[in-house]
Design a protein around this ligand. Structure first.
Ligand code: HEC
Ligand code: HEC
Length: 285
């Protein structure tokens, strides 16, 4: 027999066990200000393209007060250790051309606003690029250096550094024009049911946010806070690592970090957060 919760969610029997003990709790009303200075938008009207959600919330609003507090001061936020490490790498020459990032981009402050608009269509390459793809393009073609592993530490640290100078700015990825077909592919993936549990991203993060499952408080699965320091694995986590983990939890085979599928999914999920502040590097469970 299907439980009331599973009927509400329209999920099958296997998935019903995940939601069986679910209890409902809305996001809290706390305000996120980092370093008593950067005021974050953690709640906004949903972008027009979202048909079934009226208000979007940062994942921060679903965390406990203790977890929330860790993100409110850079001295407490362990992610800042890796941001500092990346700031050194920014200045360090690598590759056959003898360039560092700073050789061309000067201060990392020149990256202000960049995190907010990625993934982004690159006209010359004729593709939608994530920040990771762009960084590796610079390493290979501007520096003559080896590309970094897509979701490896060097890359995730650098993305955290670039993100940190956009904190507070609203996410604003473009989904029209040449990016549209990639966005639509990402949208299809978001509503595809994966694995033995036959659950889509939407089943959990659109239909069920606010519920407690497996002792976790389900958020809308936003990516404005990435990279994220997770208390669970005590390191920085990239967007694609998180996607991988969520798909695995449905007991499905998953896509690889950096795959076209995850790039498309990232564009789509980012667009569901248009209007929320860039928070990365954030702190989550
Ligand atoms: C030799 C010069 C050069 C070096 C060195 C270089 N870049 Fe770039 N970078 C560029 C150019 C040129 C662009 C613009 C490319 C384009 O729009 O297609 C760019 C674009 C970018 C962008 C996208 C900016 C935007 O507004 O969309 C990022 C992010 C970036 N670089 C990061 C890095 C990082 C991180 C490093 C070091 C690992 C680095 N770059 C090293 C020349 C360089
Ligand atoms: C079985 C339910 C379930 C499914 C299906 C699922 N997730 Fe999640 N997801 C979770 C839980 C639980 C968390 C941790 C609590 C939270 O932040 O929502 C989470 C966290 C996330 C986060 C981190 C949010 C933050 O603020 O740091 C993102 C991003 C995310 N999921 C994206 C996805 C995407 C994209 C899909 C589809 C490929 C997906 N999830 C499928 C349960 C699920």
């Amino acid at each position: 027999m299907r439980t009331k919760t599973s009927m509400r969610l329209g999920v099958g029997l296997a998935a019903a066990s995940v939601f069986a003990m679910a209890a409902c709790a809305d996001p809290d009303d706390d305000q996120l200000v980092v370093n008593e200075e950067i005021e974050m938008i953690t709640e906004a009207a949903a972008p027009d393209h979202m048909e079934r959600v009226r208000t979007i919330y940062s994942g921060w609003r679903f965390r406990s007060d203790e977890t929330q507090a860790v993100q409110m001061d850079d001295f407490d936020n362990p992610a800042m250790i890796w941001v500092d490490a990346a700031a050194e790498v920014w200045e360090t020459a690598d590759g056959t051309e003898g360039n560092s990032c700073a050789s061309c981009h000067e201060s990392v402050d020149s990256m202000e606003g960049v995190r907010a608009v990625y993934p982004k269509w690159n006209e010359a390459a004729g593709e939608v690029r994530t920040l990771e793809m762009q960084v590796n393009d610079c390493r290979e073609n501007q520096m003559g250096a080896e590309p970094w592993k897509y979701d490896g530490g060097d890359m995730t640290n650098m993305v955290a550094l670039i993100s940190s100078v956009s904190r507070g700015l609203p996410v604003n990825v473009a989904i029209d024009g040449p990016a549209q077909s990639t966005w639509e592919q990402g949208k299809d993936l978001y509503y595809t049911r994966f694995g033995q549990l036959e659950l889509s991203c939407a089943n959990c993060h659109e239909d069920s946010y606010g519920l407690h499952i497996r002792s976790d408080h389900l958020s809308q699965g936003q990516i404005n806070g990435f990279p994220t320091y997770r208390l669970k694995n005590t390191k920085l986590n990239s967007v694609h690592s998180r996607f991988k983990g969520c798909i695995r939890d449905t007991r499905a085979h998953t896509f690889a970090p950096g795959s076209p599928e995850f790039v498309a999914l990232e564009l789509y999920v980012a667009s569901r957060g248009n209007g929320l502040s860039v928070e990365g590097p954030s702190v989550r469970n």
